[in-house]
Ligand binder design. Structure first.
Ligand code: GTP
Length: 647
């Protein structure tokens, strides 16, 4: 393992190479060829971070800063006079993966400022056009933080038992049975153990659910349970799920399922997952593995115990006394009840009568129904509840915030609408063309890639070739690499993580195509490894030219041919779709094979020269420098556009 170079490390911590070498010798660590191993890196990082904080704390202790409600990483870094990288590292530790222009939740920003020894002034005299959310006053009172139940997503390969596990957990949910509740599907459910401890599960199994919520900026889950069937072992979606969880730094507990089956081999699952970096605790690693049978219920209680244990280690806390804040998990229009949405309360307590803003809509909580179908009056942190009283249908992934009055709610919703419109104008996902610009602006510090290829060999070759690219200090991180078509999941993951999808001898499927359009994710298709490497290198150096995009204008079938003296062969055609345009580019297709690629030289309708001929009409086409046209050939007319993006 190569590790990280001393030079890179010095840059990351804004210090000198000499300083790093000093720490190395102090700790008796040797750097080979100026490279440090991963283990040594951890020690150095800790020493440097501590030193940096100490220094800051000393200098800043007592200094008062004002942090606006809406603050980006860059702005916070400026206010605290700390490198933006450092702030991003602090956020990552709190499970928030952001770039320099992302906004930082206010309460997190305050926490970070305090960790650097600042006193935070909340009561600003500054004039603000935006109404400050009301919870700001209570933001300071972190003494009310109390443990909250973990929010868990169950993931894994098809048929490995995700749904069965969720059903079993809900059925053995003692508290619910005693209270006679009937489980309702509301998008998430809360399980209560006999001793009163609770766990919230997202109802929709699979990583797609949380990744698409995450793509909209919502950090919903705390823990991922990876279900792997012991009779089947690690399968493609197991790997996909691991990569999705890792992309968001979500801790994973492995549930080795179906151990009741005679051909179950839980040890094989351990071996396979170890190869993927999930090493069982019993083998000296730090991943919890629990052998279960979702069908018989065996060890499911142990699994729940481990989830709670991990939750304790994660110190999940929230302040139930604050005004509520939550995430929309699901939303639907109900004929009788109007817009209904499931909200996962993340902070504070949501109460009937509360006025709220939720993305571009707002409302007042008219009623709340829990996952057992009961009407409830209030819901605390990590509780999923169905909420009635929205003005309009909210969007899953949007945040719901309780505010003081309806006027504020309406104004904030309007503001969010304006922001959304602005965002929609600018493509948000990263493209290879604008990578260089973003690197220069400090918005991107690593290039994240998702690779899909035709064979395992190609995947490996691409991974190797890409990992060898070294341009400045930009890191290339492969979030997911697999065999097969580019899927909607790949696109959603790319969107959520700011990654680029590379397809090698493979194409996006229909759903992926739709998602690409919708999410404006950069998907690149190649069939030569060298070109992938070359494009990535050029992008990192800012040399990549805009992509030429081909747009098919229309196609026509050749129904007759005419030899005309001095002109050549003219094809009598019928336009099947779109239109045929004079002087446009065209190719001739015979039995699915392109046999000519050139230009439409002349286009006529009843001997008249015309500019274009639409679908359903006949026309005469002469292809430039080509006469071997035959009846039954297809003429496809197209144009090549340069993407409008600037490098
Ligand atoms: N023997 C045995 N069968 C199980 C166990 N868990 C699940 N199954 C069976 O495996 C099959 C698939 O289970 P599901 O729970 O539907 O799997 P899933 O992962 O939710 O599948 P998808 O929703 O299709 O992704 C069903 O026939 C279950 O009855 C188990 O612990 N033991």
């Amino acid at each position: 393992m190569k590790g990280i170079s001393i030079k890179e490390l010095a840059k990351r911590f804004n210090t000198t190479e000499k300083k790093i070498k000093e720490i190395l010798s102090e700790w008796g660590i040797e750097g080979k060829n100026d490279y440090i191993t991963e283990d040594a890196l951890k020690i150095i990082e800790e020493v440097l971070l501590e030193e940096q904080k100490e220094k800051k704390n000393g200098a800043q202790r007592g200094k008062t800063v004002y942090i606006p409600q809406e603050v980006t990483v860059r702005e916070l870094a400026n206010i605290l006079e700390v490198p933006a990288n450092q702030i991003m590292a602090d956020l990552l530790k709190k499970g928030l993966m952001v770039t320099i222009n992302h906004s930082v939740p206010y309460e997190v920003a305050v926490e970070i400022a305090k960790s650097y020894g600042f006193t935070v002034q909340t009561d600003s005299q500054q004039q603000e056009s935006v109404k400050k959310p009301v919870e700001e006053k209570s933001e300071e009172s972190s003494e009310n933080l109390q443990p909250r139940p973990p929010v868990v997503v169950v993931m894994g390969h098809v048929d490995h038992g995700k749904t069965t596990l969720l059903d079993t957990i809900r059925k053995t949910n003692v508290a619910a049975r005693e209270k006679g509740g009937i489980t309702q599907h509301i998008g998430a459910s809360m399980v209560e153990l006999p001793d009163g401890r609770k766990i919230t599960f997202l109802d929709t199994p699979g990583h797609e659910a949380f990744t698409s919520l995450r793509a909209r900026g919502a950090q919903v889950t705390d823990i991922a349970v990876l279900v792997v069937a012991a009779d089947d072992g690690v399968m493609p979606q197991t790997i996909e799920a691991i990569n999705h969880a890792r992309a968001f730094n979500l801790p994973i507990i492995v549930a080795v399922n179906k151990i009741d089956k005679p051909d179950a081999d839980p040890q094989k699952v351990r071996r396979e997952l170890s190869e993927l970096g999930l090493i069982p605790e019993e083998w000296g690693g730090d991943t919890i593995f629990v052998d279960i049978s979702a069908k018989t219920g065996k060890n499911v209680d142990t699994l729940l115990e481990y989830i709670l244990l991990l939750a304790e280690l994660l110190e999940l806390k929230a302040d139930p006394t604050k005004k509520a804040k939550g995430v929309i998990i699901e939303a639907k229009l109900d004929k009788q009840r109007g817009p209904v949405a499931t909200v996962l309360v993340q902070e504070g307590t949501l109460r009937v009568g509360d006025v709220f803003v939720a993305g571009v809509t707002y409302g007042r909580v008219r009623a709340m129904i829990d996952d057992k179908g009961r009407n409830i009056k209030e819901a605390g942190p990590s509780t999923p509840v169905e909420v009635l009283g929205f003005e309009d249908l909210p969007i899953p992934g949007d945040t719901l915030k309780v505010v003081d009055d309806e006027k504020t709610a309406r104004e904030l919703a309007e503001e969010n609408r304006t922001k959304l419109q602005q965002q929609e104008k600018a493509p948000k996902a990263l493209s290879l063309e604008d990578l260089y610009k973003k690197i220069q602006e400090g918005e991107v510090e690593e290039l994240r890639l998702i690779i899909k290829a035709d064979t395992v060999g190609s995947v490996e070759a691409l991974k190797k070739a890409l990992s060898e690219i070294k341009v400045e200090d930009i890191n290339i991180r492969i979030l997911h690499a697999d065999v097969g078509a580019i899927t909607e999941n790949d696109v959603i993951l790319a969107k959520a993580t700011g990654a680029i999808v590379i397809g090698f001898n493979t194409r996006p499927d229909v759903k992926a195509r739709e998602a690409m359009e919708r999410e404006k994710v950069d998907v690149r298709l190649y069939n030569i490894i060298y070109e992938v490497v070359d494009d990535v290198k050029k992008a990192l150096k800012g040399l990549l030219k805009p992509i030429e995009k081909e747009v098919v204008l229309g196609s026509a079938e050749v129904r007759a041919t005419f030899k005309i003296k001095g002109v050549g062969t003219v094809a009598g055609c019928y336009v099947l779709e779109g239109k045929i345009v004079r002087n446009a580019r065209a190719r001739l297709i015979r039995d699915g094979v392109v046999i000519y690629d050139g230009k439409i030289e002349s286009l006529k309708r009843f001997k008249e020269d015309v500019q274009e001929v639409a679908r359903g009409f006949e026309c005469g086409v002469k292809l430039k420098d080509y006469n071997d046209v035959k009846v039954g050939d297809i003429i496809e007319c197209y144009e090549v556009k340069l993407e409008e993006r600037q490098i």
